[in-house]
Each structure stands twice: as C-alpha cells, then as structure tokens.
Write a protein that binds this ligand. Structure first.
Ligand SMILES: CC(=O)SCCNC(=O)CCNC(=O)[C@H](O)C(C)(C)COP(=O)(O)OP(=O)(O)OC[C@H]1O[C@@H](n2cnc3c(N)ncnc32)[C@H](O)[C@@H]1OP(=O)(O)O
Ligand SMILES: N[C@@H](CCO)C(=O)O
Length: 389
C-alpha cells in the first residue's frame, strides 16, 4: 500500500505525491527491523486498552551469557529505531546516532547489545494510528491517547523477548530522554543506569505553548478528516509541514541560523517579490522532508504524549519521584537549547539520589545538539557505561 498525499505542500519544495511513508505499514517490514507482538492488550494509563500492539526494534552487538550488557537507546519525536547504520532500503537517512554505535565506539558493540525500539504510537514499524486495528481498518482517529509511561510498558515486551531482565543503561534525548526517565521510574528493577539528555522532568507551559500551533496546524488541514485519512489517498501533509517549520525553529540555535543564513535571499529569488529568504527555503525543505517520512497522526499522538510528560504524576511530585532514579544517572542539556533550557536538566540533577550528575553539551545547534554533538554525547556515554558504581 502506498501512501499518496493528495496535494503537495506549499512552497517550491512540496513533498512528492507518492511518499514512502505508506510503505511502512504493518505487514511490510522496513529494512533490518524486527518486531515483538505484545502478549496481551496493553492497559493504558487512561483506562483504555490497546489490543494487538507490536513494537519494532533494531539491535547491534550480541548479548553476553548473563544478558546484563544490553543498552536501550530511545529516539526523539521524529526519530525511529534506525539509530545506527547507513541509509538504505527502509531508511532514507543514516542512523541518527551513527557515530556512537559500533565496535570501539561509545556504544561499543564488541561489549554491548544495543537495542533501539520505535516508540509505540509511531509510524516506523511499531503500532500507531496508521496500523490496522482489530477490525483491519487503520486505527486513524480511533487510536487511543498515550502517555510516555504507556510507551515504556509496551517496550517491556522487547526486553522480555531478548531475555533482558535489566538494561545496563537506558539512554535518550528529548522525547527519548523523557522516556529514559520514565523507564527508570516506571520499571525501576529493570534499569541499572540512565543517560537523560535535553528534556525536562515535566513538560512546561512554554513547551506546551510551542506544541499548540503545531497540533492546530495538523488538525486544521482539510485532509485531516478527524485523523481518519489513512487509506483515503490524502493526508494532512501541509499541516504537518507547518508544524515542522515551527518545531524546527525551536530545535536550532538563534545565532546558528543567523550565522548560516543571515538576510541572504534564496538563490535566484527575491524576498518581498514572491521569493524567499534562504532560511525560509531551508524550513520549507525541512517541512517536506518530514512530510515524506512521517505520519501526521503519529506526530499528533506523540506530541500530546510529550505534553503529558510529568515524572511526578501520581508519585508525589517530580522532586520526590526523581529520588527513585538509579544512582548511576547522568543528565545533560545543550547550552543553546531554548526549547528545553539547560536549567531544566540542572533541576532534574538537583533531585537525583546522587549529587554532581549534571553535565553540559556545548553546541551552537540548540536543542538538536544532542543529535549533532556526537563526540560530547559519546563522552557522556563512556562516563556512564564505565561507571562501575
Ligand atoms: C539523520 C536523520 O534524519 S535520521 C532520521 C531520524 N531523525 C531523527 O531522529 C531526527 C530528525 N532529524 C533532525 O532533526 C535533523 O535532520 C538532524 C538534526 C539530524 C540533522 O541536522 P543537520 O545535519 O544540522 O541538518 P541541517 O539542519 O543543516 O539541514 C540540512 C538540510 O537542509 C538543506 N538546506 C540547507 N540550506 C538550504 C536552503 N537554503 N534551502 C533549502 N534547503 C537547504 C540541506 O540541503 C540539507 O538537506 P538534506 O537533509 O536533504 O541533505
Ligand atoms: N530533531 C529532533 C528534535 C526533537 O527532539 C526530532 O525531529 O526528533
């Protein structure tokens, strides 16, 4: 089944009418991924149940005899299980932490079994709104709202399938960092160490405010159809593109964009006379790139799950909850991140059971620094994994 957006996004860089996204529906495995089907309906925090869910994942390296060398790597909002490896069939881009995974690298595959799942609610192999519901029609707008705790409990099935009782470490940035916190606090007996990057203990009004126009953009696209567009040949790609433009500005450094683009017009175009500035063209490019590979309904489900993130919910508040983190936890943020500012990671570190666990990633790239400053992230991974406790 091919996903066919009904119309191109605005701007000159519209997505192709036939995007690759629909090729990733269940039953059509993308390159290199494996799945585990949950043995029973997943009981969600909302009280609803999600039947028949499955989680896609990729692995690198091998388990040791005691199966205590597994590291769980958790992706950000629009990432997926392809944490490492080249671009190829099923993977339009190289792995998002490709420099960190492999023999001799910080996530040393001669030493560790590295496991990267695609989040529940996503669109890269795990069950999400584009997957078939039990009646074989796409879940679409019927897909239940998720919390990040739901996504963690679904992933316990991956650990079980691999025979991993306890992760040597759970690591991730942004949504992956939120989920690393939740892994350690929801299933504390199953996590030995944690690396939490570029995220807050609880999503703030500032972050929910940035998400609001993004959600609105997707839902006000005439092709949203209440989330029930899957299989119609149309999709709210314009809305997703607007959401990505807004989000991408929050992901990057202000000085970085000024230095890179300045007031330069896009080649051959005249701003103010129907043409664009180079930075506008750049955002158009980011918009269509995402619209080609990501399901707008997954974007909505996962954005709402991030809005609901609060480690303190039902645990007596964040400060009390964070005392339950593993002693071997490191927290780091990016010094130019204006979406999840460094003060929020320092706040997390203040409440950890062991003091002195905050670190700083220095990068001009803003929030995306946790994806781009791989050498510094690698140092943090080595520090964490070499910590014998
Ligand atoms: C690497 C992956 O994307 S893996 C897939 C999973 N993705 C994720 O986990 C995260 C999603 N990805 C991202 O957030 C980002 O892509 C990042 C952070 C990984 C990459 O950031 P960077 O390497 O800094 O890329 P940058 O922001 O400079 O964008 C470069 C792109 O903009 C394009 N570009 C630059 N200037 C312009 C311009 N004036 N007009 C149009 N396009 C432009 C480049 O041609 C390049 O295009 P390409 O990506 O198609 O090759
Ligand atoms: N660029 C990242 C940032 C979100 O944390 C993504 O798209 O997933």
């Amino acid at each position: 089944m091919t996903f066919t957006p009904g119309r191109p996004a605005p701007g000159r860089d519209g997505p192709p009418r036939e995007g690759p996204f629909g090729g990733r529906r269940e039953g059509d495995p993308p390159g290199g991924r494996r799945w585990v089907r949950l043995p029973a309906p997943l009981e969600l925090e909302s009280g609803r149940a999600l039947p028949g869910a499955r989680i896609a994942y990729q692995t690198w390296g091998r388990p040791n005899a005691r199966r205590d060398n597994a590291v769980l790597v958790l992706h950000a909002l629009t990432g997926d299980s392809h944490a490492a490896g080249p671009a190829g069939p099923g993977h339009p881009d190289p792995g998002w932490w490709d420099g960190l995974v492999g023999p001799g690298r910080p996530l040393d595959t001669d030493r560790f079994l590295v496991v990267a799942p695609n989040v529940l609610g996503g669109c890269q192999g795990s069950t999400g709104p584009s997957s078939p519901a039990p009646d074989r029609r796409p879940w679409g707008g019927r897909f239940p709202g998720l919390t990040l705790r739901d996504t963690v409990r679904a992933e316990a099935a991956v650990a079980d399938a691999l025979g991993v009782e306890r992760w040597a470490a759970v690591v991730g940035g942004s949504m992956g960092g939120m989920r690393a916190l939740e892994w350690a606090l929801t299933l504390p007996d199953r996590v030995d160490r944690a690396l939490v990057l570029a995220c807050p203990a609880a999503t703030t009004a500032w972050q929910i405010a940035w998400a609001a126009p993004q959600l609105h953009a997707v839902r006000s696209d005439p092709d949203w159809f209440g989330g029930d567009y899957h299989g119609t040949g149309r999709a709210p790609v314009d809305g997703l593109g607007v959401a990505r433009r807004i989000a991408h500005v929050t992901y990057r450094g202000a000085a970085e964009l000024d230095d890179r683009f300045g007031r330069r017009p896009q080649d051959g175009e005249e701003p103010g006379r129907g043409g664009r500035y180079a930075v506008e063209s750049y955002l158009d490019h980011q918009a269509w790139k995402l619209a080609r590979r990501f399901d707008p309904a997954s974007y909505v489900v996962l954005t709402e799950a991030m809005n609901g993130h609060d480690v303190g919910r039902g645990r007596g508040g964040a400060a009390r909850a964070l005392k339950g983190m593993p002693a071997r936890t490191l927290v780091a943020g990016v010094d130019t991140d204006h979406l999840y500012p460094l003060a929020q990671q320092e706040e997390i570190a203040r409440h950890l059971p062991v003091p002195g666990r905050a670190r700083v990633i220095s990068s001009p790239y803003g929030h995306d620094g946790f994806l781009l400053a791989q050498e510094q992230v690698g140092d943090l991974l080595r520090e964490l994994l070499d910590d014998a406790g």
